[in-house]
Design a protein around this ligand. Structure first.
Ligand code: B12
Ligand code: SF4
Ligand code: SF4
Length: 391
């Protein structure tokens, strides 16, 4: 089988697995990333995300992450909502949960899909010995242990283990799968492979899929034919920049995470600066405003995987109920959800900021009850909320 034929079969298989798009680039196709990443870190735009400043030699350079890799297969997984993503913002006694977190955790779903596709690729390519498709030879090609050091918990894993090479001429196919948590520059790789372009809100936008998709990748030792990179189609539009409630973009294509509500609600530990609390509105987990504003979303169709469809109880959950969650209640309520990762204290802190912004005097007693909470950030948020509602 030729490389072109294998790639055509790979694309068909990726679609059958449920991916919305699948494209290929080389690991060394993102030469602009190290300088941009360094500038972002030097400006302190990563805030408390110290892990972004670690292993920058890999995050900046995918070819260094796994030198044997010859191709990166970049995949899009759609989570386009069926409902208006910003509707919950108008219901101030309820919390607004980001679209991506209204049901199952994408890390689990995408990783399983990536592993299945990677196993298929190995079987397909190794079953076709002598095809002329080059691949790094040697037993080390299947695994590069150093590159698999977990970051923020779950991470890449070799997609499959196969028996040792049966002969000297056998060239085993190496693969590694990544989604989100590894030091991999997923958006630049996606652009290099032509999946979309990094819009002014810094996320990848596709002319077909809009902005609502996750990125997963399969690094492989196979030399697959590559796709053309995607060009920028933002033009003079600045809808995403103008809608941002916290003015988190110091310039187009640049995000100061320290002001981004997604960062503040998910990554930031301890109390949030009071100037920003008021701007968070009722957003209690993540933020979708800049994505939702993008005109390219008009071509997006609702995600086919119903495990991303909003849970009824997460479309507009009442703040009073959420504030009452204890540790056990929180874990039970958010089992299988990405929200579970931030823990009860940070979540209830966010809920209390939303209560403080609600203008709803019925929530005053809820805030007062938590003013003596054992977690200092929760207690601080409760006192702030109570003060806002009392005046
Ligand atoms: C750290 C991180 C965050 C941080 C910081 C976000 C950021 N923009 O960096 C926070 C917590 C804020 C965050 C929020 C979100 N995230 Co996030 N996040 C990541 C993560 C782990 C790393 C991103 C990264 O490398 N940042 C470092 C900086 C340097 O990168 P950057 O902003 O992209 O910067 C580039 C531009 O500034 C560009 N640049 C600079 N100058 C110029 C000039 C021009 C002309 C151009 C074109 C570019 C350009 O170069 C830089 C480097 O390439 C990735 C997963 C991964 N491993 O890649 C997911 C990821 C980017 N996140 C994702 C998602 C879905 C989100 C949210 C939508 C979640 C939500 N609803 O709350 C928000 C979106 C907020 C936003 N507007 O970006 C998806 C995006 C999918 C997509 N279609 O692009 C990813 C890819 C995870 C995944 N596997 O799907 N995230
Ligand atoms: S996710 Fe929200 S806060 Fe963050 S940059 Fe986009 S609009 Fe601004
Ligand atoms: S909203 Fe406009 S500027 Fe922002 S990413 Fe979409 S097209 Fe680009």
């Amino acid at each position: 089988m030729t490389g072109e034929a294998l790639k055509a079969r790979l694309l068909a298989r990726a679609v059958a697995e449920g991916f919305a798009a699948c494209r290929v680039c080389r690991p060394w196709d993102v030469p602009e990333v190290p300088a941009r990443l360094a500038a972002w870190l030097a400006a302190g735009h990563h805030g408390q995300m110290g892990w972004m400043a670690e292993r920058v030699h890999w995050r900046g350079d995918p070819a260094a992450l796994w030198p044997e890799a010859r191709s990166v297969i970049v995949l899009a997984e759609s989570y386009t909502p069926a409902e208006d993503p910003l509707a919950a913002l108008a219901r101030r006694d309820c919390g607004a949960v980001s679209v991506y977190a209204r049901n199952r955790d994408y890390h689990d779903l995408v990783k399983k899909r990536l592993k299945r596709l990677a196993r298929w690729l190995i079987a397909e390519a190794e079953g076709d010995e002598g095809s002329g498709l080059s691949s790094q030879s040697g037993t080390g090609a299947r695994a590069a242990p150093a590159a698999q050091t977990p970051e923020r918990g779950a991470l890449s894993a070799p997609a499959a283990q196969t028996p040792a090479a049966p002969s000297n001429t056998f060239t085993p196919v190496g693969v590694k799968v990544f989604v989100d948590t590894a030091p991999v520059p997923e958006k630049p790789l996606g652009q290099a492979a032509g999946l979309g372009w990094q819009g002014k809100h810094t996320n990848l936008v596709s002319r077909e899929l809009g902005s609502w998709f996750f990125i997963g990748s399969i690094f492989t030792t196979l030399d697959l034919p590559v796709d053309a990179p995607e060009a920028d189609h933002c033009g003079s539009c600045r809808a995403c920049l103008d809608i941002c409630p916290t003015a988190a973009f110091p310039a187009p294509y640049r995000l100061d995470a320290r002001r981004c509500i997604s960062y503040l609600t998910i990554e930031h530990k301890g109390p949030v600066h009071t100037e920003l609390r008021a701007r968070m509105g009722n957003r209690i987990y993540g933020c979708d405003d800049c994505l939702a504003a993008c005109p390219w979303n008009k071509f997006a169709v609702a995600a086919s995987d119903l495990r991303y469809a909003a849970r009824d109880d997460l479309v507009a959950p009442p703040l009073a109920e959420l504030a009452g969650l204890d540790d056990a209640g929180f874990r039970a309520h958010f089992s299988g959800s990405p929200i579970k990762r931030i823990g009860r204290d940070r979540f209830v802190r966010n809920v209390l900021y939303a209560i403080g912004n609600s203008g709803d005097p019925r929530l005053l007693a809820v805030a007062q009850r938590l003013a003596g909470d054992a977690d200092p950030a929760v207690a601080d948020a409760a006192r702030w909320a109570a003060l806002r509602l009392a005046i």
